[in-house]
Design a binder for this molecule. Structure first.
Ligand SMILES: Cc1cc2nc3c(=O)[nH]c(=O)nc-3n(C[C@H](O)[C@H](O)[C@H](O)COP(=O)(O)OP(=O)(O)OC[C@H]3O[C@@H](n4cnc5c(N)ncnc54)[C@H](O)[C@@H]3O)c2cc1C
Ligand code: SF4
Length: 269
């Protein structure tokens, strides 16, 4: 999935605020950051405060989620409420988080941009601009160069540049700027599969997704609707509507052992 736009990928997020901390999994993403001398836990706590992260309360869990919790408890698996960045008073549990929240109930990074614009009338947001490289001289940043919506090369001068073009495009831009040492190393991805089945009228597709989770070290399970299950279930002789799909995401921790080469080629073990 490739998302481009103001707010990046966050408008389509499922609003889960998992720290992926070492208490759940000793080789978690935060543990791997620490190996590279990047201790981010305090920043994660600060961001959680900004985003008003809170565990999903039981009365906001839908029928399907509650059924999964009950059945898991019978099997003696503990399902804990998912930490979410959703302003619950605005949320009508429509289940469409992945489409972008139309009720402004889910936090996304465009909120930061809106805040900056509100606090400073002179702020200008330039969209449809494809950054190609960071301009720098003798270790001092000078600005960025890229293509505008007409395909013209344009540069913007600045003494500060924050490059946040995502895990795949950021290294590309740095490499294109002649900054290559260790760039593109330690790539990890968001691995998951969704397993599911047919349960008439369960309506998992119309409730807050991933409302609970059960941790098993390097993976966790969480209720998740996927329309990709429909054709698979049809092959088994059933004819499910989206409302009849029940599913569990199996979210798998990846290792930070991938690399984006100077030619843009991605390697992953
Ligand atoms: C469907 C989905 C659900 C998710 N759910 C969750 C969740 O519940 N919880 C969670 O923690 N994470 C979730 N994630 C992951 C999370 O959204 C991402 O990890 C996070 O947004 C990455 O942030 P980023 O700033 O690194 O990159 P991005 O969000 O990808 O932002 C990159 C930005 O840079 C822009 N850009 C790229 N290249 C250029 C260029 N050359 N010039 C100019 N601009 C450029 C893009 O348009 C984009 O705006 C989800 C991801 C997806 C796809
Ligand atoms: S369930 Fe619907 S209203 Fe609630 S946060 Fe997601 S998209 Fe927004």
């Amino acid at each position: 999935m490739n998302i481009e736009g103001v707010g990046g990928t966050t408008p389509v997020s499922l609003a889960n605020a998992c720290y992926a901390c070492a208490s759940c999994y000793k080789n978690s993403a935060t543990a791997q950051f620490k190996v590279h001398d990047m201790e981010l836990f305090e920043e994660l706590l600060d961001t959680s405060n900004d985003l008003k992260v809170g565990s999903l309360p039981a009365d906001k869990m839908g029928k399907a989620t509650r059924k999964i919790v009950e059945e898991c408890e019978k099997l003696r698996y503990f399902m804990e409420p998912m930490p979410k960045f959703i302003y619950l008073e605005k949320c009508d549990s429509c289940g469409l988080c992945i489409m972008g929240c139309k009720k402004s109930a889910k936090w996304d990074a465009s909120h930061y941009i809106k805040q900056i614009i509100k606090n400073n009338n002179n702020t200008k947001v330039i969209t449809n601009f494809n950054v190609l490289k960071v301009l720098h001289n003798n270790g001092i940043v000078k600005g960025v160069e890229g293509l505008n919506s007409n395909g013209e090369t344009v540069s913007y001068n600045s003494h500060k540049v924050i490059l946040a073009a995502g895990a795949l495009n950021t290294p590309k831009i740095l490499i294109n700027s002649g900054i290559v040492e260790h760039v593109g190393e330690g790539l990890f991805t968001d691995l998951f599969i969704t397993v599911g089945g047919y349960l008439k009228d369960i309506k998992l597709n119309r409730e807050i997704p991933m409302g609970v989770k059960s941790e098993f070290g390097p993976y966790f399970l969480s209720p998740h609707y996927s329309n990709q299950l429909i054709p698979i279930i049809k092959e088994k002789g059933y004819n499910p509507a989206p409302e009849d799909i029940i599913g569990l995401m199996v979210k798998i921790a990846d290792k930070a052992n991938g690399k984006i080469g100077n030619d843009g080629k991605i390697e992953k073990k």
